[in-house]
Design a protein around this ligand. Sequence first.
Ligand code: TRP
Length: 353
Amino acid sequence: MSERKRVLSGVRPTGPLHLGHYAGALENWVKLQRKYDCSFLIADYQVSDYADDVPRVRNAVWQVALDWLAAGLEPERASFVIESMVPEHAELMLWLTWFLPVGMLERNPTLKAEMQAIENPEDAKTKGKSVPVAFYIYPVMQVANILLSRAHLVPVGEDQLAHLELAREMARRFNREFKPIFPEPEALLGRAPRLVGTDGNAKMSKSRGNTIDLKDSAETVAKKVRRMYGGPPRGAKEPGKVEDNPIFLYLDAFDHDAAQVQNLKERYERTGVSSQELKDRLTIVLNELLEPMRERRTKYESNLSLVREALEQGTKRARTIARETMEMVRDALDLNYLRSTNVRSGDLPGPSQ
Ligand code: TRP
């Protein structure tokens, strides 16, 4: 196989992807697929907080694959993998849990925050849920994803760094105590680590209803931008502070004409620029970005067999690598009980010391 470094990343199938996913990950993945041996995972084992809504998960698996194709991932270059259809992920995770002290999960800041959010939703309208065991151990599943593919590089958002550190630690430990199988995976951070929501909230997320989705029509984008939070109230000709207005964060993230953005910022702080002008500009910029995606999406939506094929081929390829890795893991842990026993001698195998 190729000498190129292996890249693995993934997303949980919870619904259609939005601009936050694009800026934080997808845009980067599209570039990486040209240079590296890339696999991208639809992590359906890791949506246990949606366990009461499997039809939604199933739909999201397809939505994610469509969004990936629309965004420019090419199945000829990058494997699209459905996690649960490579059950070796679960198998490796279970062996890994043998060597993982409970304290390491208890101290994981990302996991702590997410469990908090499930138990005490901040909108206070919905009732909190209890956290499933599967959710508690999802960081270990993510470690298994990374190690199973023997990835060298893992493009992730900032919030995933704690999990990546866990993967590095597990790789080092396994390599030291058993056999050196796993590359120590390195994080690759995206260009825009986190995009604020259209309501100005710190994170774009479906549950807050503050997303702009990659599949939104031009009209929907225009409408969402019109309603966007543009900083504290201010007269059209009143100067404002750039830091207070999230519209500039979007322009910074998506407008290729940096000089024009700079010019807008200067005018905004000096003489004021109407919200209308800013929003018109942003609408144009976003629709320019999304239009080619909409076209590709339409093409694939009318030929879903291509989507299925991408998922099937990618998953099959991942499974080959997975079997190879599991073979090495079993060998390193000396788990091939039947193979190592010399039946003809008539002796049961004894303890190793
Ligand atoms: N947990 C990641 C997220 O929520 C998604 C993910 C699953 C992932 N498996 C992965 C990311 C493996 C990187 C590598 O964004």
